[in-house]
Structure formats: C-alpha cells, structure tokens
Design a protein around this ligand. Structure first.
Ligand code: ATP
Ligand code: MG
Length: 383
C-alpha cells in the first residue's frame, strides 16, 4: 500500500497544498493520501496555533475523498522532525510505503532536514513544480540530493498554482480578498477565529502583552477587547478585528515617555504641541506605531482606532468610536457619574456614546484645571 504524505506548516492550508496532493495521488496512483500538519518545525515560526492549523487541515481534507489528516506531529512535544514522524509511521503501519509530497522550493532545504539519510531510507519524495523554481534547478537539485543524501525522488509533471501561505497571511492582514486561494470553508474558519489579522498569532500577542504591560493594565486591556468584541456585531463590525484593536489599544503603555514623545513627534503627522506635551494621551499614537512594527498590524482602521482612543476626533468610524467607548465602559472600570448612561448608549448608538464619553472627559479635564484637546471638543460638537 503506497500512501502519499502531504506535510507542511499549513499556516494556512491552501488550494496549492490540496491541488498538488491530489495531482500526485492520481499521477502515481497512490492508495492513500494523508495531510500532515507540522508540529513545531525547526526552520520556521508558525503564526496560527497548532490547534488552528490542524482544524484548518481537517476542514480542507473533508472535501477530498479518501483523504485523512494525521495529528502525529501536532501531538508531539518540542521541535518536530520528519525523521521521527516517519519512524513512528513505519512502526504503526509496517506494510505502507511512504511517498512524501513536496513542492520544488523544498528541495533547497531538504539536505538540512535532520537525519536526511535516514529520512531517505524511509520514504520516496514526489516533487511538484512550484512557480518561481526553475525546472533545470530541480533536475540539478535532485541529482545532488541523490548523490549526497541518498534521496530517491520522482518529479511529477504537475505545476502547483501561484499560491503561498505567506501571500494569504499578508492579504488577510491588508483586508484583501483570498477567495481563489483557499477553500471557502477554511476561509470561513479563518474569519471566525480572526486568524492572520496581523503578523502575530493570538498566543504570541497574549504573551507579549503579559510581558510588557503591568498586571492591572493587562486586565483592563482584556476588558476593552471583550467589550469591543461583544458590541461589534451591533454595528456590523467584524468581532475579531474589534477584539484585536481592543487588545492592542494600550500596547505602548509601558514605552519610555521620552522615546514615546520623540517617536510620535517624528513619525505621526497629525500631532500638535498640546498632544505632545500631554504624556497621558501619547501612548495612543505611540501604540499605533508599535502595533504596526511589533505586531505587524496593517489594517488602517485598526491602527487609527488605536491612534484615536485617548482624544477621539471628528468623523470617527464605527470601529474607532467602538474602541474609544469600550476603553471607557469595560467592566473593570471603577464606577463614575455617567458610566451607566454611556454603557446603555453603547448598545444602540456608538456615535452618541462616543460623544458622551468625550463630554465626560472634557468635564473631568476642566475640573482638574486643564484644557480639553481640540480633537475631543470636535467630537462633542459633531451633529
Ligand atoms: P509559507 O509561505 O508559509 O512557506 P507555503 O505556501 O510554502 O507556506 P508550506 O506549508 O510551507 O506552504 O508548504 C508545504 C509543502 O507544500 C512544501 O513542500 C511546499 O513546497 C508545498 N507547496 C505549497 N504551496 C505550493 C504550491 N503553490 N505549488 C507547489 N508546491 C507547494
Ligand atoms: Mg513554504
């Protein structure tokens, strides 16, 4: 029995993976086809969690008759190596012959796989053309791998489509369409779980926030994110985009004050002296810079929601208003006069709720002897 193994990080799985797997299965008349999401691969950092990558693979494989998904690597602790996977598979299925399916770009790093000679004893490789890899390079690479590592490989005359997970991740982060690159059901799973909205996965975002924010700030941050997510559907906003904006709204809170001021003055064009000399509001524009550079956020509206969450401003978009208001009303806020009114407004009219927050803020600033910023006044005066 010859079984094709389609391994990869599948971050996310796309029509290139499923397409080449099926092409090899029919070209080599394989008896089985297994998708094998990598656990923690040595050469790469994954964005989505192992669980999400496994679920996406299961979802994609469901649409391919006779295909299965193995979670053998996902279940293994620590860095996962193909050599260990093949040893375990051969022990569990001694009568199977393994055909490891790869795209031609993988040939460039195959000699670096751990114990490649041992891998080569346990499987043959089926290699598929991939855009960007020259056919003559493939021939040369195959000969070299055979000579130096004992790799046995068959070049299948199929051409993988011009699709990569990297391109898909970047399109999602920029809010672009991925319709023809990925199965609709996987796309829906990505949307529901809010995967790839920025360059960091949810687990890493959480770790980074825990490491960089004080504990009470972290708790407040979660409160804002959850409040924004819960209210988002009322205003037709994608809940996970709202959640991400909420999570990152205070991400610059622990940045050094001098650095914050210098960077905002140099890199954020719409700042004025009044804002630059108010340290308590500067983490908003600084947060926009950090969200872009550390977390890889490219969604302009998420960035501007972070940027505007302290002062507000004229003509705020629903997401901007939502983050501004969620910051005010999240459940960990100590009660203050007017809080319950804003909470109830937030459930039906986010623009009105934002105006009420601006009014309460400017009242508080005046009482403390300060002058409210023009942007806050503009928000109050909006009709
Ligand atoms: P990333 O951009 O994150 O590296 P990827 O699209 O290359 O993702 P992987 O999970 O790294 O996907 O790939 C797993 C295997 O599938 C590799 O052997 C790769 O060469 C092959 N592969 C992926 N996409 C294609 C494609 N469009 N054509 C041919 N082979 C592909
Ligand atoms: Mg790749």
């Amino acid at each position: 029995m010859r079984v094709g193994i389609m391994g990869g990080t599948f971050d996310p799985i796309h029509l290139g993976h499923t397409g080449i797997a099926e092409a090899v299965r029919s070209a080599l008349t394989l008896d089985g086809l297994w998708f094998l999401p990598a656990g923690d691969p040595p050469h790469k950092r994954c964005v989505a969690s192992a669980r999400d990558r496994l679920d996406m693979a299961l979802c994609a494989a469901e649409a391919i008759s006779g295909a299965q998904v193995s979670d053998i690597e996902i279940r293994r602790k620590g860095t996962t190596y193909t050599v260990d996977t093949l040893k375990a598979l051969s022990e569990a299925h001694p009568h199977c012959e393994w055909v490891y399916i790869i795209g031609a770009d993988t040939l460039r790093i195959l000699s670096q796989w751990k114990d490649i000679r041992e891998v080569a004893k346990r499987c043959i490789f089926a290699v598929v053309h991939r855009p960007g890899v020259d056919a003559t390079q493939i021939e040369l690479a195959l000969r070299k791998l055979e000579r130096e590592c004992g790799v046995k490989a068959e070049l299948v005359e199929a051409q993988g489509p011009d699709i990569s997970s990297t391109e898909i991740r970047s399109r999602i982060a920029r809010g672009q369409n991925i319709d023809r690159l990925i199965s609709p059901r996987v796309a829906e799973m990505i949307r529901q779980r809010g995967l790839y909205l920025c360059a960091m996965g949810w687990e890493e975002i959480d770790e980074t926030l825990r490491d960089t924010l004080k504990p009470d700030r972290y708790v407040h941050t979660l409160g804002v994110a959850q409040t924004a997510k819960a209210l988002a559907p009322v205003y037709g906003i994608d809940p996970m985009r709202a959640y991400l904006a909420g999570l990152l709204h205070d991400c610059a809170k622990s940045m050094d004050k001098e650095e914050m001021k210098r960077r905002v003055a140099n890199e954020v064009p719409d700042t004025d002296e009044a804002e630059l000399s108010a340290p308590q509001v500067l983490h908003a524009p600084a947060g926009m810079l950090l969200a872009k550079e550390r977390y890889g956020v490219q969604d302009a509206e998420i960035l501007s929601a972070i940027r505007k969450h302290t002062l507000g401003g004229a003509n705020m978009s629903p997401l901007e208003a939502l983050i501004y208001v969620a910051d005010f009303i999240e459940p960990n806020r100590k009660p203050f006069e007017g809080l319950e009114r804003v909470r109830s407004l937030a459930e039906r009219d986010i623009a009105l709720a934002a105006r009420e927050c601006a009014r309460l803020t400017s009242e508080y600033v005046r009482k403390s002897g300060g002058t409210p910023h023009d942007k806050t006044i503009q928000l109050i005066n909006e009709c």
